[in-house]
Design a protein around this ligand. Sequence first.
Ligand SMILES: Nc1ncnc2c1ncn2[C@@H]1O[C@H](COP(=O)(O)OP(=O)(O)OP(=O)(O)O)[C@@H](O)[C@H]1O
Length: 623
Amino acid sequence: MTALKLIARNHLAAFGGIVLLLVVAMALLVPFLPIADPDLTDPANRLKRPFTDGAVLGTDHLGRDLLARLLWGTQLSLVVGAAAAVIAAVIGSAIGIVAGYFGGRTDSLIMRGIDMLMAFPYILLALAIVAVLGPGLINALYAVAVVNIPFFARNIRGVTVALAHREFVDAARLSGMNDRQIIVSEILPNVMPVIVIAMSTTVGWMILETAGLSFLGLGSQPPQADLGSMLGEGRKLLITAPHASIVPGVMIFVIVMSVNLLGDGIRDALDPRLRSGALSRPAAATRVDRTNNPPETRKVDALLKVEDLHTEFRLGSRTYRAVGGVDFEVRAGECLGIVGESGSGKSVTALSLLGLVASPPGVVTGGAVRVDGTDTLSMNGEALRRLRGGRVAYVFQDPLATLHPLYRVGDQMVEAIRCHRSMSKQAAWDHAVALLEQVRIPNAAFRAKAYPHELSGGMRQRVGIALALVNDPALVILDEPTTALDVTVQAQVLALLSDLRRERNLAMVFITHDFGVVSQLCDRVAVMYAGRIVETGPTDDVLKTPSHPYTKRLIACVLELGGGRRVLSAIPGLPPPVDDLPAGCAFAPRCDKANDQCRRGDIVLGGNGMRAVRCLQPEGLPI
Ligand SMILES: Nc1ncnc2c1ncn2[C@@H]1O[C@H](COP(=O)(O)OP(=O)(O)OP(=O)(O)O)[C@@H](O)[C@H]1O
């Protein structure tokens, strides 16, 4: 259903689909239409122009009605082209799956045979096949199918090779399935979309090839007509009776064009990455579409002040409200922890600060983000570019994904330095090495020449931190920088961040789902749930006397070493889907204290300046 909707939304594909549907309907209805016999010759009325004496499209050189021949010829061409596509797809895909799945010698043997077939120009190969089998439409169909088998075999083999070594195939084998069962139940469903895509984009091509063989007199034989043979007959009269070749020529064009437009639409609709927008090129900054004016500019003494930030993702008719009105501020040298379960909106909040949420589908719909008093959401691209990696830098969770795999880490740091200040390459390199030393990378001058894959996970994250520091930022936003590391390395990285913060008076926004990490590093903490802050305050206070039931539950999930026997409690239920948030408190469905009032209206973040909580029944907080 979604695929059909996506095709309908693609105007060109929808146009192609409608045209093709009309042509196919016409071809199917042709036996019931009141038209002349397509093979009835009438030499007295030969080569009549269109729209004369009841012959809508005129007559050919034997006086046969061109409309009747066109409709029957279209039917024949469509059937032959589609049949050739199905035969080529079935045989080619089977060959590709067998070669890709079994690999080794089977693969080499099959693929070398396919290579030999591909070594011949396809039309010559088709001609040779028809020459051996003899002229005729069925033989032309076989020839076209055979020359297209290698195309399917190669494509499907490539996809199968990648699938054959995946964990789910190993798991199927270990569960006792034999090769045939694995191919049918594990491989085939995964290659099916590729087969459909390949078919939809090649069927037009096969209709053309069959028409080409008929045009040369090797396909349909008189008196039977397909579009190619009609074109071949008309060609001889191109000057005296151009309509005889224009009529089948236009029909071939219409069919092939509509098949190709629809095929492209099907390809796009079946590709899950295109469907989710993952392949669309995001804009350089998140789209800002504020329904209200940004909050008034007042004198701001915080380095970063976020006010009523709203960010959402618009996918088709659905709107995912990832960040639904977030306020916080960070002063110079201060570290704010943002904590919450997966999906609570921490990363989207962090990325929204400097317009890094991908648009489409992300849109900032409200609020303001002031860095040194200037709203980043109103900045132009160049101002944002100067800020990113300059005064404000980011460290992400997976340095293997953020570092470029083909450049040495030192070169990547040099590039980051020279993007922001004019410095000679050598001076920038020396600065990079000094920073690598500062983040305690042993033998930094040597490591600067390493590629990311040559470093351990902990070392790569240190490079990520050094990369963030190259331009002496005032604020670093760290999005789960230690989650991918083991606990010992995590402790080292946290100690390093703590030292760097002291030495450089760095402000930090530290995003994590781990209260243990927050307690080591952060002065203040903000707890997020379903895109909003539900509690905030000094870290020690929040940890000792959590007020919001959610904070309490989150803290109870943290293991305490030497804490004696304690039952670790998980939070029952799941966070609400952000495209369908409940009214009132979003945590109410999982909260054992929730009453009817909690499920109504908007609950504000109330407090006494330092501590604030978004709850109607907060605990232990003098409000
Ligand atoms: N491209 C997107 N399209 C639709 N929804 C999205 C997209 N990116 C994020 N979201 C939604 O936004 C919400 C917040 O996501 P976010 O990544 O900020 O969570 P998080 O708290 O950082 O989680 P994690 O700790 O797993 O990174 C989630 O519900 C997520 O499903």
